[in-house]
Design a protein around this ligand. Structure first.
Ligand code: PLP
Length: 321
């Protein structure tokens, strides 16, 4: 039985035909190193985010981004939230860095005041906003407080496309970084590309350590083409936000406790030992959030309306879950 993946927060829609066509055409250039294409895509990404080319580093996803930061700021202690995205914790562990867990507490997953106050100048905070797994966003006040206390801060915008209001912004200055993933709202998880944006001096030092032509031609072309058709991706995000409202309402109508979310997934209080096998038997994979520090919760990525409806019907009710 083929399984439908509601467990990885991928886009359920493939790339638009106009982007696929540009990628197909780029095959004519596969025998060449992508030197010119790298520069073109860097310029396109910089233009899109309103920064200069020297402030953009293209990375193979968040893993390369975090590794580059950890290597560049080698003396710093790395801080991430808990419950939190295990991707950060995995890289911190692999790179054997000092670390500190910034707890999210209470029903709305506020950052624990004591932990924020304990931050120091040699701390580098990795913050997903909107967050995975909690689905919450950081307020402007919280972000400013974090930025005042810590030495450096990365705001990970992987789920930014799905927020229904403008997100908090870093104060200008040398200490803040953004990461933008092309995996989710740009539907390119298979191409492994993201953009780290930060002070030119740090970005250039990290670029100097990257491999020769580290991004492949199809990835570079897909990103540039997608940015030429941003409206189409934004329409998809708007449709997903509406669909999210329907799915949350349907699950709540069945009696499930569902957290508010500003992402392309919903977090549901339910016993994973019951829900995972029940859905797997119907060909659907969802994620047990225990490994993110949220015991007794499952994460359901939003897919097409028809697939979401099938999942809501298959999940049963909380009594049985
Ligand atoms: C918070 C967060 N950042 C980054 C990523 C992954 O991004 P990428 O596919 O660009 O490596 C994920 C994926 O689930 C995520 O949840």
């Amino acid at each position: 039985m083929s399984m439908t993946r509601f467990d990885l927060n991928e886009s359920a829609l493939g790339l638009p035909e106009v982007v696929r066509r540009r990628v197909r055409e780029s095959a004519d250039q596969f025998h060449c190193y992508p030197l010119a294409q790298t520069e073109q895509t860097l310029a396109r990404v910089a233009e899109h985010f309103g920064v200069t080319r020297d402030e953009v580093l293209l990375t193979q996803g968040i893993d390369e981004c975090v590794d580059r930061l950890i290597t560049h700021f080698e003396a710093m202690r790395f801080v991430a939230t808990w419950p939190g995205f295990h991707g950060y914790w995995d890289r911190i562990a692999v790179m054997r860095r000092r670390s500190f867990a910034l707890r999210r507490v209470g029903p709305t997953f506020e950052l624990a005041c004591d932990d924020v106050e304990a931050l120091e100048r040699d701390d580098f905070v990795l913050l997903a906003d909107p967050d995975n797994p909690t689905g919450v966003v950081t307020t402007q006040t919280q972000l400013e407080q974090l930025q005042r206390r810590c030495g450096r801060l990365l705001v990970d915008r992987t789920y930014a496309g799905y927020a229904d209001a403008p997100l908090a912004a870093l104060a200008p200055g040398p200490r803040g970084f953004y990461f933008h993933s092309f995996s989710k709202s740009f539907a390119m998880a298979g191409l492994r590309v993201g953009a780290l944006i930060g002070p030119a001096e740090d970005i250039e030092a990290m670029r100097a350590r990257q491999w020769f032509c580290s991004m492949s031609t199809p990835s570079l072309v897909a990103v540039a083409a997608a940015l030429d058709h941003v409206d189409e991706f934004q329409d998809r995000c708007r449709a997903l936000i509406e669909e999210r409202g329907r799915v949350v309402a349907d699950l709540r109508a069945r009696g499930f406790r569902v957290h508010e979310t500003q992402t392309n997934f919903v977090i549901v209080a339910a016993d994973p030992a019951v829900v995972l096998p029940r859905l797997a038997a119907r060909g659907m994979l969802v994620k047990d959030m225990g490994c993110y520090g949220l015991d007794g919760h499952v994460r359901i990525s939003l897919r097409t309306p028809a697939e979401n409806l099938a999942l809501v019907e298959a999940i049963g009710d909380p009594g049985a879950a």
